[in-house]
Design a protein around this ligand. Structure first.
Ligand code: MG
Length: 456
């Protein structure tokens, strides 16, 4: 299958004024304008220094193409996705490079259902771009651009999807580390609305992300960890640069990778709902399977990438999905990653259980994980992958929807080609640290010998 040239896993991204220039964005904007042809497009942006010029270039191209535009300003990606369905728009364009460093920027294109467009539509837009197609209309067919503050409506919808009275009675204190990004425009106000005492860190917008960078890696969240302890808060939450992800910390100072928190959300929903599906990429921890088993649920595995999780949730009517990077998908609100929604649900879980976050997370099964990579030229990846699939070593189960996942009694190995770099990634998880090392060595040997066999 043909691969897009500019679109990656999450839209188009690049270095500002290298790939991402006004000329590139204007031309891509014409392609998007021709693709939509007529109707309404919602445009928003994150708080990067380069976002205003990119947003203005997109809006210019769309207006010149005869489209109507609603400019929802500076906001999180999930709020833009909410706005697309709220206004029944044909498409949404979010100017963001998510968690990438400040020199990056780009665009995510959102379909009329609020979920990012898939590969076939990406290819259609790229074809219009390559052919330099412009749908320039006459002056009397140019439509308008309207500014609209969607955030109060977005916050209201999240508030309506949790038990407000229960959370208000719990008198919670929560630390929000917004990372100098757009999550600071929503999560503190959302939690305040729920009666939570909020302490903010890095809450002012700054496109250079001076606080702790734009990616909420647990090892970088030391200030949040400290603040939770000294303020005796119930938990802390940190977002990435466009606030579609949420990473949590407890009052002992521990900050967790997303696979722990999504498993807690899964447990919360599966234990209380008649809908028992959990949608997650093949790279997720076995802890999600253990929970599904405990509560009579079922895991639906998807290829890695949030679009795959969202689309699978729609197809299966699942109400919850999660990614190990801290992406929570909660369908009663919307079937996309949503950081503020995750923060509100966490407040609800702690209010209902009256338990400390540490206690709830310690109750989940624990596994040992390792990650590594092996270089392999992009041209050889498909041949190597096919070779491994044809010469699969014995395993209890084999999943091949994205790379190859070999499942054993006491652990698993996932080997998958990177979509962006000339490498294969290897993930392993096991019941003991020793076993994890053993599986990693097995996986690497398997991959290296496959690469050798394919290059002979
Ligand atoms: Mg993001």
């Amino acid at each position: 299958m043909k691969k897009p040239r500019y679109f990656g896993t999450n839209g188009i991204r690049g270095i500002v004024n290298d790939l991402i220039t006004p000329a590139f964005i204007t031309k891509m904007g014409y392609a998007i304008g021709s693709f939509v042809s007529k109707g309404l497009v919602v445009v928003g942006a994150d708080a990067r220094t380069s976002s205003p010029f990119i947003k203005n270039a997109i809006i210019s191209s769309l207006l010149a193409s005869g489209l109507e535009v609603i400019d929802v300003g500076t906001l999180p990606t999930p709020a833009l996705q909410f706005a697309v369905t709220y206004f029944h728009a044909k498409l949404g364009v979010m100017v963001t490079a998510s968690h990438n460093p400040p020199e990056f920027n780009g665009i995510k294109i959102v379909d009329s259902d609020g979920i990012e467009i898939g590969i076939s539509k990406q290819l259609e837009i790229e074809e219009l771009y390559e052919k330099n197609i412009k749908q320039l209309v006459t002056w009397d067919n140019i439509s308008s651009v309207t500014r609209y503050d969607i955030l109060p409506f977005y916050i209201k919808q999240i508030v309506n999807h949790v038990n407000q009275d229960l959370i208000k009675q719990a008198n919670l204190t929560v630390v929000v580390d917004a990372g100098n990004a757009v999550g600071g425009l929503v999560t503190p106000y959302l939690l305040k609305e729920l009666g939570v005492r909020v302490i903010t860190l890095n809450a002012h917008l700054d496109g250079s992300f001076p606080g702790r960078g734009s990616e909420p890696l647990p090892e970088k969240l030391t200030l949040m960890s400290h603040a939770i302890q000294v303020s005796n808060a119930h938990f802390g939450v940190a977002h990435d640069g466009d606030a579609d992800r949420a990473i949590f910390g407890d009052n002992s100072g521990m900050v967790y990778y997303g696979d722990r928190s999504i498993a807690l959300f899964e447990k919360w929903i599966l234990s209380s709902s008649s809908q028992k599906l959990f949608v997650t990429p093949v790279s997720s921890s076995k802890v999600v399977e253990d929970i599904a088993e405990e509560f009579g649920g079922k895991i639906i595995w998807t290829p890695v990438g949030c679009i795959n999780v969202s689309r699978t949730m729609l197809e299966t009517s699942a109400i919850i999905g999660g990614e190990e990077n801290g992406g929570l998908f909660y369908a009663p609100h919307q079937s996309v990653r949503d950081g503020p929604m995750a923060a509100a649900l966490m407040a609800e879980i702690l209010s209902e259980t009256k338990e400390q976050l540490k206690v709830l997370l310690d109750q989940l099964p624990n596994y040992f994980q390792l990650k590594d990579k092996v270089p392999c030229g992009n041209n050889h990846k498909t041949t190597v992958m096919n070779y491994i699939k044809e010469n699969t070593p014995p395993a209890n189960d084999v999943i091949t929807i994205d790379g190859i996942k070999l499942i054993y009694d006491d652990g698993w190995i996932l080997i998958r080609p990177s979509g962006t770099e000339p490498i294969f990634r290897i993930f392993v998880e096991a019941t003991t640290a020793e076993k994890a090392k053993e599986l990693m060595s097995h996986g690497k040997n398997l991959l290296i010998s496959a690469i050798k066999s394919c290059s002979n």
